[in-house]
Each structure stands twice: as C-alpha cells, then as structure tokens.
Design a protein around this ligand. Sequence first.
Ligand code: IPE
Ligand code: IPE
Ligand code: MG
Length: 232
Amino acid sequence: MSQINYPPQHIAIIMDGNGRWAKKRGLPRIAGHQAGGNNIRPTFQSLINYGVKYLTLYAFSTENWNRPKTEVSGLIHLLTQKIDRETENLHKNNIRLIHIGKTNKLSIKLQQKLSAAISLTKNNTAFTLCLAFDYGGRDEIVQATKRIIDAGLSSAELDETVFSQYLFTSGLPNPDFIIRTGGENRLSNFLLWQASYSELYFTPVLWPDFNQKEIEKALIEYEHRKRRFGAI
Ligand code: IPE
Ligand code: IPE
Ligand code: MG
C-alpha cells in the first residue's frame, strides 16, 4: 500500500458494471450485484486506511425502478441482507451509516431495518458510509425545494448555504472525488448539486473488479489534480 499524502475527504462511487461482470461469466445479472455487494466492505476498509473520512455509494437510482421486476426485487433483497449482516460490523468499527434518497417505496419492514441501523450507528466517528438508494439528484433538488416552501422561507432568506441544508446530504461535505466504474462517462443523476467542483474519475474496470490496486491508482490520480474552484 503506497502512502497517499492528500487523500480526498469524501469519495463518492457510482458502482456500475455489475450486469456486464455477470454476463462475461455467463451468470445471471443478480450474481453480478452480489459480487458488487461483496466489494463494498473491502473498499471502505481500504479507504479508511488511506485516511478517507466519507464514502457515498450509489447503489440504486430513481431510474433503476425501470429495470425488470426480478432484478429490482433482487437488489432490494441484497440491501436487506447487507443491513442484516453488516450493521454490527459497522458499529464495531465506529462507522456511521447514513442514507440519501427516498424510502417510501421500500417495505415498512425494510424502512425500519434501515432506520434502526442508522440510529444505532449515528454517533460513530471513525468514518461515514453514505448509501444512496432510490436516490436521484433531480429528485433531491425538487424535494429540497418543497421542504423550503413548506417551511415558509422567503426568497430573501434563501442562498446556497441554506438550500444545501434542505438536501438529503445536509451536513456532509461535498464529494471531493467521484469515481465511476464500468466505463460510462456520465453522472446518471448522481449528486448533481454536490458535484459542482468534484474531481471526476472514470474507469472501464467493472465494479466487482474494482480492487485495492484500482483504488490506489485512483487516489494517485487524485493527488495530481489541481483544484482551483474558479480561482487561479
Ligand atoms: C450497477 O450495475 C448497479 C446498479 C445500477 C444497481 P449495473 O446493473 O448497471 O451493471 P451494467 O451497467 O448493466 O453492467
Ligand atoms: C447508475 O448506473 C446507477 C447506479 C450505479 C446505482 P446505471 O447503470 O443505472 O446508469 P445508466 O443507465 O447506464 O446511465
Ligand atoms: Mg449500469
């Protein structure tokens, strides 16, 4: 493991390529999602070792409901399984779990499991794992706008800082580094507001194959980026 002198504080990953990973092996798509799910723990463990503090994972977009029913229910089942099997481990390791996105389409039982895991880990301080599930950047902005209207804010009271406080990501730093695996060069509705000055990294490596060596490659690339934020 090489030394990384300037790790990003917050990394966000668009975990794409599970379906193609499975197809290449003649397996059903859900086997790719399982393999992708198994890559989550090694990823955050490695990022913790590099000094990263926040990881946001794009697991299910508001558009992913348009997939075949069996795939959608497989992904929801996987989420349930992960919460059941990983919450204790997160808590033991002082990791806080949070969620961004909608929960209203999930079963009441799953909503309860998710909120129990979030509340169990809410005071943990070593690392924050933010799960984007049923998340869409446009939806987030619309939901924020509705809450602002409902709160009765006047136009004079609204600025970027206040607006940010109504987003799902309220309280989180913006992602410094957004990684997309799987070879597509787009955001697919991920963190549209928060990505304004994120460094973007696209790799053809499929998510289940995105290992320690690939993480290191990405972090070395990040170290070479010059972030100007519009200044000189
Ligand atoms: C990403 O993998 C996971 C989700 C969107 C849930 P895909 O399922 O999109 O994999 P590809 O893009 O078809 O290979
Ligand atoms: C983006 O992947 C969403 C997640 C990784 C959860 P998609 O596979 O859904 O994106 P598109 O359809 O290729 O843009
Ligand atoms: Mg995809």
